[in-house]
Structures are given as structure tokens and as C-alpha cells.
Design a protein around this ligand. Structure first.
Ligand code: ADP
Length: 542
């Protein structure tokens, strides 16, 4: 407001704010037409910790900002005239105005996130640990044996039947003579029945159908069944035999790649239609774990290829030509991808990169989003989606490969051990979702998290993911970082829209992450609007 009489002018600011601060110029034109101007500097703030119109009052704020007019302005989670008190239980945020939703845990007053009590997990701590897990963040594996049930809180065992002891591994002793009779009766019954059953099976001709091939197939199935019951149900009898190739039809060439577990050679496969270039993958170390991974990869690729809607010409999963399991050296025979893996491919592009380079590679991300849709249909989780496991074909099509870590998830989640639980399985920590690190929980949504990291690898042209500027973190350290809300930084030159897609893949709550088909649509759209030379054919027909 400006008031004036003949001698003076007064400028009145109503409730002076800090953003009123600055340099002001006052220009006066007198009745005789004379122009007078003067400049002054307005400083609206009081000295530190002072308030009031004359800056004479003391604020005395605890860990809070002192405002000249309103006094202490509390940070999230604090209240009181001096911000000296934490929000009351059950509330959080600015002014403690928000209600906590934690059910079995303590709510952090700053952001409302829940610190779950032992035996519970989930963003609101409403979910008890799944069967077989217990304790803080469900990180411990139950040790109860013989069908004993395990407390999800502290892991104690409730035994059933004739078992007792801490882990239900001690047999209950019974009265004299009784156990002998109890055990003997079923054994005698079994011994009498067995020859009769075998005779009937033999007469019906069912026994002679068991061949050496089926034996091997059954062995593999039994091995896989322990971890992947649903996948093995999806495989039709004869699955291994149908894909078996003869050693004489495979001509091996040079070594073209060696990963953590596999060794891959250039090769030629003789087929009725002529010779085709292929890649032959074998195990690098011949131990039980490597063979288990080998057969798991075989089983998953066969399940993918035998699915009724699978179209090998349009698929973004590496094509399987066959397997060789009978020879001394076992091989998985795959289509040959001349441009190798995406990680090396991206790194090769660095020398002639421009601001748009990463945009021109977005179609690869679109292709892998399609591969994730295929896996989602089959309820298979890859568990190792990363640029190193994507192959690039001659026609610039990206295909998801390396199913060594993949597991099936039939409408539920899979739980696997981690190094923290001591079985030494190596896990791709920097690509793993929060719930996979915390609870060994793998779902299609945790593959979406890893897909976000793959997108980050594309945008950074093959950098190694680093959190807090540290590479190769241990699981527990990374969990702490991610729980604080820290995520991979936006790579230099990365478009904001592309980075927003990554961030949506890294949401804490798996249910709120985008689905593979929405990722495909968003990335396709971004590619169209960002790539100035958008002419690349996005179809994946090979
Ligand atoms: P691992 O299971 O040990 O990670 P990979 O299957 O990833 O082994 O193979 C190791 C490397 O071999 C890959 O990084 C890639 O460079 C190369 N490679 C694998 N499969 C093919 C293929 N089908 N065509 C061309 N190169 C391949």
C-alpha cells in the first residue's frame, strides 16, 4: 500500500515475506514535472532464531526453521511450539496430519513407512512370512522337519505324528513290542502286494514302456520338482526326447562367450533343411549345481517353445533348436546371435555416442518388455533380467536369454536361498528388487524392477549400476540404501521421460509397478517422439 502527502511517501507491506526481499526503486514525478528516483534494498528476514515484526522475539526451535511471522516450521514427523516432540503414535508427516497404516510394526514418523516386527512383511506389515520363512524381514529359513509347522515369528517347530525335538527330528519312543508290530504289519503287507502289482503291470505291457530315455527324463523331473513343481507339471511326457539331437549332427566351432556358469561355442547344426549356424551352450564347471541349472534352462526353454501360442518368428525369447544330453558333453543348441550380448554391444557404441544414442536403442527395451509378457503368460520368472543376458540378432532384434536362474511361479511367488542364508548361491544383487533382496520373493513384478535396471544400462550405454556411488554392494547394505528411498541416478543425457519409466519400475510396492505390456506401450511412444530418425521397424519378425 502507498500513502503520501506533500512531504513524504510511505510504502506498507502487509506481512513482509522473505520473497519480498530485493532492490526497490521509487520514482516520484512532482507537480512541476520533475522526476526523482531513489533505490533501496529491502531485507525482510530477522536474524537467526528471531521472529516478530521487530525481530525481538526468540524462536528456540529444535531442529526446525524459524520463520519471522509463524515461528518454528516443523519438519515431517515433528510437532510442538518448538518442534521438540515426535508425532504421536499412529500419525506421521507434516503437522502429524497423516495416519499410519502399519499393522504389525512400528511406523516411522517422518514418512509413514513401516518397520515390521519379526514374522511380518509388506508395506503395511500385514503379511505373515510365507511358509518356511520366519523372523526379521522373513529372512530366516525354517528348519522344522517331518511336516512340523514353523512359527513365522521366531521359527519354533510344532511337531506332528511320531516326531519331537526342537526341529521335529527326534522319533518318539513307544512302549515295548508295539513299534515292532506297527512297523512290521505294513512291511509284510507291502511285500505281499508288490509282486502282485508288478505282475499286473507286466501283463498289461506297462512295465516294458519304461526305457532308458524316460529314466533320464524322470530323473531330471524329480530333481526339478523339488524347486519347480508347476514347471514340471507343464512339461508333457517325452519333452526331453523330442528335442534331443544327435552328436554327429552338431559341428562345434570356436568359443564365443563364457559367462559365470556357461561356455558358448559357435556351431553348425545339420537339419533336414540344410546346415544352420547355431550357438552351443555347455556347463563351464561340471558339478551338480551347474547341471541342475543346465537342465532348468533346458526345461524352461522347452516349456516356452512347446506352449501352444508360441510363435518362434515373433518371439523375443532366444530360439531353441535342440539339446544334446546323451553325449559325454551336454549342450543346449540355440539360435546364433551375431551381435552378441547387449551389454558388450552398448559399450561398443560409446565412442561415437551422441545425446540421442540411447534413444535409438529404446526398441531393444521394447523387445524385452515383450519377452516379459511371454514369460508372464507362462508364469515363469526369469530372475536375471540384465543387459548381459540379452542377445542381439543380425536384424537388430533383442532376445532374452540365459534362463539358468529362472524359476516358475504359478500364481504365487518363489523363494530361494541367498548368500545371507549360507548356501553360497550367487545372486545379481544390483539388479534385484527390494522384496527379492529382503525375502527371496521373485515374481513377474520383480522381473519388472530388473527391467528398470536394464533400461538404465541402455541409457548409460552399459555402465555398471551404482547406488550411493558404490558398486558391488552386499545385499543387506543395498536393502538399507533402497529403504531410504535411494535409487539409481539418472544417467547423463538420459531423457526425463525414459528415467520416469525406470523409476516406476523401482517402486517399493510390487503391485504399483508397471506391467510388461504397459512398459512396451510407454517405451514405444517415447521412442516415436524422441528419436529424430524414427524409421526403425519395431516388428520383431526374424
Ligand atoms: P552364463 O549362463 O554363464 O551367463 P551365457 O548364456 O550368458 O552364459 O553366455 C555367455 C556369453 O556367450 C554371453 O554373454 C554372450 O556373449 C555369448 N552368447 C551366449 N549365447 C549366445 C548366442 N546364442 N549367440 C551368440 N552369443 C552368445
Amino acid at each position: 500500500m502507498v500513502t503520501s502527502d506533500s512531504n513524504e511517501s510511505v510504502v506498507i507491506f502487509d506481512k513482509l515475506q522473505t520473497n519480498d526481499e530485493g532492490i526497490y526503486t521509487c520514482t516520484i514525478i512532482t507537480s512541476t514535472g520533475e522526476v526523482m528516483a531513489t533505490t533501496f534494498v529491502l531485507n525482510a528476514s530477522c536474524p537467526v532464531d528471531r521472529k516478530g515484526s521487530l525481530c525481538t522475539e526468540v524462536c528456540g526451535c529444535d531442529r526446525a526453521h524459524c520463520d519471522r511471522w509463524t515461528g518454528c516450521i516443523c519438519g515431517e514427523g515433528w510437532t510442538g511450539s518448538r518442534c521438540q516432540t515426535r508425532c504421536p503414535d499412529g500419525t506421521y508427516g507434516k503437522g502429524c496430519a497423516r495416519q499410519c497404516s502399519c499393522q504389525n510394526g512400528v511406523c516411522r514418523t517422518s514418512d509413514g513407512s513401516c518397520d515390521c516386527r519379526d514374522g511380518w512383511y509388506g508395506s503395511d506389515c500385514s503379511r505373515p512370512c510365507v511358509t518356511g520363512r520366519y523372523g526379521r524381514r522373513c529372512q530366516n529359513t525354517c528348519a522344522c522337519r517331518h511336516n512340523g509347522s514353523c512359527s513365522h515369528v521366531e521359527g519354533s517347530c510344532q511337531c506332528v505324528g511320531a516326531w519331537t525335538g526342537r526341529y521335529c527330528d527326534v522319533k518318539v519312543m513307544e512302549g515295548n513290542g508295539e513299534p515292532f508290530v506297527k512297523t512290521l504289519v505294513p512291511i509284510v503287507f507291502f511285500l505281499l502286494l508288490c509282486p502282485v502289482v508288478l505282475l499286473v503291470l507286466y501283463k498289461k505291457g506297462w512295465l516294458c514302456c519304461v526305457t532308458a530315455d524316460d529314466d533320464e527324463e524322470t530323473q531330471v523331473l524329480l530333481e526339478l520338482q523339488r524347486v519347480e513343481a508347476d514347471l514340471t507339471q507343464g512339461l508333457q511326457p517325452g519333452w526331453l526326447g523330442r528335442w534331443e539331437k544327435k552328436a554327429k549332427n552338431l559341428q562345434l566351432g570356436d568359443l564365443i562367450g563364457a559367462g559365470m556358469f556357461g561356455e558358448v561355442r559357435n556351431a553348425e547344426l545339420r537339419t533336414p533343411k540344410g546346415k544352420i549356424p547355431v550357438a552351443a551352450k555347455s556347463v563351464r564347471v561340471e558339478d551338480a549345481q551347474s547341471y541342475r541349472d543346465f537342465y532348468r534352462e533346458v526345461a524352461i526353454l522347452i516349456a516356452v517353445h512347446e506352449e501352444k501360442d508360441h510363435d518362434v518368428r515373433r518371439s523375443n525369447i532366444v530360439q531353441l533348436f535342440g539339446v544334446m544330453t546323451k553325449a559325454a558333453h551336454k549342450y543346449i543348441i540355440l539360435e546364433y546371435a551375431p551381435k552378441g550380448d547387449l551389454l558388450c554391444f552398448l559399450r561398443q557404441q560409446r565412442n561415437h555416442a551422441t545425446a540421442h544414442t540411447h534413444v535409438t536403442f529404446l526398441p531393444y527395451a521394447v523387445h524385452i518388455a515383450r519377452a516379459l509378457q511371454e514369460l508372464q503368460r507362462l508364469r515363469i520368472v526369469h530372475r536375471d533380467v540384465a543387459a548381459r543376458n540379452v542377445l542381439v540378432t543380425r536384424d537388430n532384434v533383442a532376445k532374452l536369454a540365459d534362463f539358468g536362474l529362472a524359476r516358475d511361479v504359478y500364481a504365487t511367488t518363489q523363494y530361494v536361498s541367498t548368500p545371507r542364508q549360507g548356501d553360497g548361491v550367487l545372486l545379481p544383487v544390483s539388479w534385484m528388487a527390494l522384496e527379492s533382496l529382503e525375502m527371496g520373493e521373485y515374481t513377474c513384478q520383480s522381473d519388472v524392477w530388473s527391467f528398470g535396471v536394464l533400461l538404465w544400462e541402455i541409457a548409460s550405454l552399459g555402465d555398471e549400476p551404482r547406488y550411493d556411488d558404490r558398486a558391488r554392494l552386499t545385499g543387506p547394505v543395498l536393502i538399507g540404501i533402497l529403504r531410504r528411498g535411494v535409487r539409481l541416478r539418472k544417467p547423463a543425457r538420459c531423457d526425463d521421460g525414459v528415467y520416469a519409466v525406470m523409476r516406476s519400475c523401482w517402486r517399493d510396492d510390487p503391485e504399483t509397478r508397471p506391467t510388461p505390456d504397459s512398459l512396451e506401450r510407454r517405451l514405444e511412444h517415447l521412442h516415436q517422439i524422441l528419436d529424430p530418425d524414427f524409421v526403425i521397424e519395431m516388428e520383431t519378425v526374424v
